[in-house]
Ligand binder design. Structure first.
Ligand code: PGA
Length: 249
């Protein structure tokens, strides 16, 4: 069966000191859950060296190119050499702030696999899109662009993150039913390409996940854990979320 995944997205927060205190306090346990901590890229190497056993580091974004004249970009292979195991690609903050397109995100997912990283490919609709009833059309389009660049079989070695934009950092969480419906839809799209791979692909939910709502969210059939922002910055809260993911697996 699928392993659960608990991912901490620190976004642009942290310092060497904060990360070192966090790593001493984090309780990973030994349940059937992959634990990944996504710190700002400059802290990757330092973090990878001090994470507790059972947790690995990830990079929050990568460039498409493997090398060359691309000032400021970081290649997947470079991140891997610094200790990254995972990469987030297509986070809604990058789709918005850097105007990343669906196609570019597909290329980044392919670049992650080429460079030896496991991508968490993020998809999710805005509030306006949900109000219009377009949420499955939007998520379907975002996922199709990724499946044009990466096979469903390969994607099973990474993960999908469903993050409704209206639930990120807002304190407003999708209901377990809303999240489960979208996760089942995502899995059905994967199954159209490769039924076995669809069953193996972790699909995690993101958007105001906290210890208080994690158990019910992760208890849904197609929710395999969480991609956590705000609550992941606190070692105690994220440890509780890891435990909830492990219990649901
Ligand atoms: P949040 O962020 O948990 O603070 O809503 C989730 C994310 O953006 O990955």
């Amino acid at each position: 069966m699928r392993r659960a995944l608990a991912a901490a997205n620190w976004k642009m927060h942290g310092s060497i000191e904060a990360i070192s205190q966090y790593c001493s306090a984090l309780e990973v346990g030994s349940g059937p859950v992959d634990v990944a901590i996504f710190v700002p890229a400059v802290f990757l190497n330092a973090t990878a060296g001090i994470l507790p056993e059972g947790a690995v580091a990830g990079i929050q974004d990568i460039g498409v190119a493997e090398t060359g004249a691309h000032t400021g970009e970081i290649a997947a292979e470079m991140a891997r050499e610094m200790g990254a195991v995972w990469s987030i690609v297509g986070h809604s903050e990058r789709r918005q702030d850097q105007q990343e397109s669906d196609e570019l995100i597909g290329q980044k997912a392919a670049a992650a696999f080429r460079g030896g990283l496991r991508p968490i490919v993020c998809v999710g609709e805005t509030l306006e899109e949900r109000r219009r009833g377009d949420e499955t059309a939007v998520v379907g389009r975002q996922l199709e662009a990724v499946l044009a660049a990466v096979s469903a079989g390969d994607l099973a070695g990474g993960a999908i993150g469903y993050e409704p934009v209206w639930a990120i950092g807002t304190g407003e969480t999708a209901t377990p039913e809303q999240a489960q419906a979208m996760h089942a839809f995502i899995r059905s799209l994967l199954a159209e390409k490769d039924a076995e791979a669809a069953q193996q692909t972790p699909i995690v939910y993101g958007g105001s996940v906290k210890p208080e709502n994690a158990v019910e969210l992760f208890g849904q059939a197609d929710i395999d854990g969480g991609l956590v922002g705000g609550a992941s910055l606190d070692a105690g809260q994220f440890s509780a979320i890891i435990a909830a993911a492990a219990d649901s697996a």
